[in-house]
Design a protein around this ligand. Structure first.
Ligand code: FBP
Length: 700
């Protein structure tokens, strides 16, 4: 490069406008970092204490009682504030402490603020307090990989999404060896407490560690994290203790904002159906919140499919005096038909576009697929338990896995007691498309869970939708309605009388706002036949160009664009709700630690109400645990909350389904939730599902 060019370029790069334009630090980042989430009133006191309450009761699982004796009698603890405390309490709060914190599982917006809240509370109580962050998830605890969390580090990540500061991982502390190594790490760092920020499995882990480290005097506190929104805690009487895990609101808002963009695009270009798979593992909480936030035309809620009864099949069976068990529960085929019904209705109202939302875990609620998932979970877990090699490394290719399944099916023929995989399973499985088989056989996560995000649910479902729409086209029921005015204008341009041709080609010419070609017209040939039948055309005549053009417009072409909303929203910067929620969770964690709690999960009660009503509490984890099948065996875990189909949120959603489907000539009812900021009015909003579900709840 010539010298002059180099110096010119240097001048450009030194220009303050260029420097600002390419700076990593955006204006938004500066604003975000500067945002100071409000703290619950109780934290304005000099000291915080814990008050145990008996209001909330849990029925305790015998196995939990046996395995977690030291923490099973824990109660709900309410954080209280004191401007003056007795000497003991004051000493407790201000004693020097060393606390470790670890993120576990997928990132969820707000994690950095848990650290910020904990750091601020700890250093305020005693500037000598020290906080350590374990790197890359629970492995960091096992391997003693930690960094000291300083004010500079905290300030750099305040109100920011991701778990970038210390990263995360899906490892599990699930063996005595790992527990012993974790104990060694805590002792080596001189920790008083370990904080585990994670989902249901990680909080389960927290309870077991609390039990194990009890006699070492090391406290363990959990924090409810997951965008899936499936950590929700109620007591036996239905009192809500934790309405939702952190990160849920942000992920839902981020997905809804992107989907609202698709609604705009779809209704402008009017040629695509946007099919959006939305994260959330098994539960459909995120899909429901997205539906309430953005009003897409069709949203499937997995939990709503469980009690489905195919009345037509049932009726046919009644007539044939037989029993048809397949009429109970949803099948893939039937679900695709329900989706088709919506598409057909919109088409008849002249709309050949739309937005469909499918939860990533919907397959769990589809009879035939759920059975496969459960059987394959057990087969893989059994294999891993009894052999030296992992199932997926022993059978790297699909054909190897199928061959192994084939051997199991053969075994079921030779040995009647072996029922796990039989010939019928094999036949049904072999009928599935290869990519779907591959998805179902995909590696399970470290907790033995099926990885829904790895399977192309939308592709499977849309394949069936495409097929059925073709059948409906052949039957003459899937057509695009034509606006009466447009029809009249097009014919008039060619000097044709619309009132002569209309009744011959449309089934609703006298009444319809959108005109529908007769069911018999399914091709240019059948169109001609109808015109001849009505005496409007003689055999040698050509079909008038205007009629042909109208006919072509009545033939819908179903074009889809598929989208996956997951990792993007999971990494989004948090909403003001999540910033505030997580900052207060961090403050709560410190109060729990400072007052000697262990085996508790930090939570904020009344999240569904105004901020003034938020109440920081500690929830006992052990009493929430029950036995569930994991990796083919019964294990103590925290129950995942599924969408309650009778909840107010679901009732509101259901009563708007028809409206949002928009199968009429009016505008669609899409809603714009808007982008996520920490400043501004709308950001004060709480998740809509929480607001709705709070309407009819009993409160202690
Ligand atoms: P957590 O349960 O760990 O919070 O993770 C939630 C989630 O984002 C699910 O919605 C999704 O199914 C899964 O993680 C994806 O897992 P991975 O990050 O391993 O691809």
């Amino acid at each position: 490069m010539a010298e002059k060019t180099v110096s010119d370029l240097r001048k450009i790069l030194d220009n303050p406008i260029v420097k600002r334009a390419v700076d990593d630090v955006s204006r938004t980042l500066v604003d975000r970092r500067a945002f100071m989430p409000p703290a619950c009133k109780v934290f304005s006191n000099k000291y915080n204490t814990l008050e145990e309450t008996d209001i909330y009761r849990f029925s305790i699982d015998r196995e939990a009682e046996r395995q977690l004796p030291k923490i099973i009698r824990n109660k709900v603890q309410v954080v209280r504030g004191k401007s003056k405390a007795d000497q003991g309490a004051a000493q407790r709060c201000t004693a020097p402490r060393r606390i470790g914190i670890v993120f576990s599982g997928g990132p969820a917006p707000g994690g950095h603020n848990v650290i910020a809240g904990l750091f601020d509370a700890a250093t305020r109580a005693n500037p000598e307090n020290r906080l350590f962050g374990f790197l890359i998830g629970p492995d960091g605890v096992v391997e003693n990989e930690a960094v000291e969390i300083t004010r500079e580090l905290v300030d750099a990540y305040r109100n920011l999404g991701g778990f970038t500061m210390i990263k995360t991982g899906r490892a599990k502390i699930d063996s005595q060896q790992k527990v012993d190594l974790s104990r060694k790490t805590c002792k080596a760092l001189g920790l008083n407490a370990l904080v585990i920020v994670g989902g249901d499995d990680s909080n389960t882990n927290a309870a077991f560690l609390a039990q194990e480290l009890y006699d070492d005097g090391i406290q363990v506190i959990g924090v409810p994290k997951t965008i899936d929104g499936d950590i929700q805690v109620r007591d036996d009487a239905g009192h809500v203790l934790c309405a939702v895990s952190f990160g849920f609101h942000t992920a839902a808002r981020a997905f809804a904002n992107s989907i609202a963009g698709l609604c705009n695009d779809a209704s402008s270009d009017i040629k695509y159906y946007h099919v959006c798979k939305v994260m959330g593992r098994v539960a459909s909480h995120l899909a429901l919140e997205v539906a309430l936030q953005s009003h897409p035309n069709l949203t499937v809620i997995g939990e709503d499919l469980v009690d489905f009864v195919d009345e037509e099949r049932l009726e046919k069976a009644r007539r044939d005096k037989t029993t048809d068990y397949t009429a109970f529960g949803m099948t893939l085929r039937h679900l695709s038909r329900i989706i088709c019904e919506g598409i057909v209705k919109r088409a008849r109202a002249g709309k050949n576009f739309g937005v469909i939302v499918i939860p990533e875990g919907v397959l769990e609620f589809i009879n035939e697929v759920e059975v496969f998932i459960m059987k394959l979970n057990t087969i893989i877990a059994e294999y891993n338990r009894t052999r030296d090699r992992e199932f997926h490394s022993a059978f790297p290719l699909l054909e190897d896995k199928l061959e192994y399944l084939h051997r199991l099916a053969q075994r079921s023929r030779d040995d009647a007691s072996f029922k796990l995989w039989n010939t019928r399973d094999e036949d049904l499985f072999n009928d599935l498309p290869e990519f779907f088989q591959e998805g179902l056989l995909t590696e399970r996560d470290s907790h033995g869970n099926f990885q829904f995000s790895q399977i192309q649910t939308e592709k499977v479902l849309m394949g069936l939708v495409h097929d059925y729409l073709s059948i409906l086209k052949e039957k003459g029921t899937y057509k695009l309605g034509i606006q009466r005015g447009y029809f009249r204008k097009t014919l008039a341009k060619e000097g044709l009388d619309p009132d002569r041709f209309g009744p011959a080609i449309f089934e609703n010419y006298d009444t319809g706002e959108h005109l529908l070609t007769k069911a018999s017209i399914i091709s240019a040939k059948t169109l001609r036949q109808e015109l001849e039948k009505a005496g409007l055309l003689e055999p040698p005549d050509k079909v008038p160009a205007a009629i042909e053009a109208i006919y072509k417009k009545t033939v819908p072409s179903f074009k889809t664009q598929e989208h996956f909303y997951g990792y993007d929203g999971r990494g989004n910067d948090p909403t003001r709700f999540d910033c505030t929620y997580t900052y207060n969770l961090g403050l709560t964690v410190f109060s729990l630690v400072a007052n000697g709690a262990t085996g508790q999960m930090a939570a904020i009660r009344n999240l569904e109400h105004d901020f003034e009503q938020w109440e920081p509490i500690g929830i006992p984890i052990a009493p929430l645990m029950h036995l569930e099948e994991r990796k083919g065996r019964l294990a103590l875990v925290l129950e995942k909350a599924l969408v309650d189909v009778d909840s107010v949120a679901m009732q509101v959603f259901k009563s708007h389904q028809e409206k949002w489907l928009g199968a009429d000539s009016g505008q669609d009812h899409y809603r714009r939730p808007g982008p996520i900021h920490v400043h501004g009015e709308s950001e004060g909003e709480r998740p809509i599902t929480l607001q709705l579900n709070a309407i009819a709840r009993p409160d202690p």
